[in-house]
Design a protein around this ligand. Structure first.
Ligand code: CTP
Length: 398
């Protein structure tokens, strides 16, 4: 997978820099071309001679040197990927703030390729809010975090903060290059999970949605290069892909407000949430006490997120809905497709074994505006997510 790939390996000054020699060797062995860039302090931990011998190229550590100007702009355009490993807390802060005082940061700012960063630091430094903030910022710029390992640290402490092992870093890159990046540059909004509508401080009206299908879609879209924002109702699950921007909500109203605010900046929205259609008219401030044989709850209608986004939709934006039906499946789904101004709707029937809430599998049909329909076999929710994204990509390309 890395055969012929051009990779900038940026090394900053951490004790983990000794692993960069092995990392360089593994990348070269996998067929990649490797251009090493070092921060000045990285040279305190490993020599440029070691790395230039292994990478079979000169190593750069300054923007200009006795031999002339080292063109970081050209390097940024040359690379298929930039891998910064190890990233120290200082380099992390520089990258997050665009503080360009060495060739590594200069190449990073000039790079048009995907950037991966593998931090290495002591556990308290790793958990410090400043570091957390810088990591989140780098992720929000579309860079990919290669998660830190857990174990013995150079300080003698034990915990999170070790740089990922070179084999794992190479495997991460290989997975990335194996994956089609056909959603790169697209901004996708997703809703997923149930909503909880409070009755009193301890009770709510909810539903059995696990959020699995929407989370699988968010992960799959992020792996295909999209910038994904997931508005997730109360679910025990969370996305695996660190690049997914997660907004947690409880109620339909909160989900609605977040979706309406974000939709104008999006290329597409996929609405997989099982939104409560009604909520209690009043929410008791104290726990409701048991009285009498019957209890009456008055419910009022929640906003319809899909219908409101359907009204806001502009040319070039796509809106994809879900319909989970128990009867008259196709005509119900067709009705929702038109009423909510969806471009296509994913139909699953509760009559199909293995489909719907809480299963790891799903069996879907996708209905389009031109009365076309595509039926799919029973598959894992991850595989179903790929089919739905493919349908979306086909619609983008029409
Ligand atoms: N939906 C939404 N907001 C709502 C209700 C539904 O965004 N308040 C979205 C769902 O996420 C789904 C689609 O609309 O993508 C269809 O949901 P469904 O509950 O089947 O539609 P309803 O209009 O509520 O129809 P029904 O009468 O069958 O409940």
């Amino acid at each position: 997978m890395l055969q012929g790939k051009k990779i900038i390996l940026g090394i900053s000054g951490s004790i983990a820099a000794y692993k960069s020699a092995f990392l360089t060797r593994l990348l070269i062995k996998a067929g990649a071309e490797v251009q090493v860039l070092m921060t000045p302090s990285a040279q305190d931990f490993i020599t440029p001679l070691t790395l230039s011998t292994l990478s079979k190229r000169p190593v750069y550590s300054e923007v200009s040197s006795e031999t002339g100007w080292n063109n970081h702009v050209e390097l940024g355009l040359w690379a298929d990927a930039m891998l910064i490993a190890p990233v120290t807390a200082t380099t992390l802060a520089k990258l997050a703030n665009g503080l360009c005082d060495n060739i590594l940061v200069a190449a990073y700012l000039s790079a048009r390729c995907p950037v991966f960063f593998a931090p290495a630091m002591d556990l308290d430094m790793w958990h410090h809010p400043a570091t957390r903030h810088n990591v989140e910022r780098l992720i929000s710029y579309g860079n990919q975090l290669i998660p830190v390992g857990v174990g013995e640290l150079a300080s003698g402490l034990s915990g999170e903060g070790r740089m990922a092992e070179p084999e794992d870093i190479v495997a991460y890159l290989e997975r990335f290059f194996a994956q089609k990046q056909d959603l790169a540059g697209k901004k996708i909004l997703l809703t997923a999970g149930p909503t909880y509508e409070p009755i009193d401080p301890v009770r709510f009206i909810g539903n059995r949605s696990s959020g699995k299908m929407g989370i699988a879609l968010a992960d799959a879209a992020a792996r295909r290069g999209a910038e994904v924002t997931l508005i997730l109702g109360p679910s025990k699950l969370t996305p695996q892909e660190k690049a997914v921007k997660l907004i947690k909500v409880e109620t339909a109203q909160e989900m609605h407000d977040a979706a309406v605010q974000l939709f104008p900046q999006m290329n597409a929205a996929i609405l997989a949430a099982a939104v409560a259609d009604y909520r209690p008219k009043t929410v008791a401030t104290e726990k409701i006490k048991k009285k009498g044989e019957e209890l009456q709850l008055d419910l009022i209608k929640n906003p319809d997120i899909a219908a409101d986004l359907g009204k806001m939709k502009q040319a070039g934006q796509l809106l994809i809905g879900f319909a989970l039906e128990t009867n008259d499946e196709e005509s119900n789904a067709q009705g929702k497709l038109e009423k909510k101004n969806f471009d296509c709707i994913v139909l699953n029937s509760l009559r199909d074994a293995g489909a719907g809430f809480n299963h790891d599998t799903n069996k879907i049909s996708i209905l389009f505006r031109n009365n076309k329909k595509r039926d799919f076999e029973l598959k894992s929710k991850n595989a179903v997510a790929e089919d739905i994204l493919q349908a979306m990509i086909d619609l983008f390309n029409v």
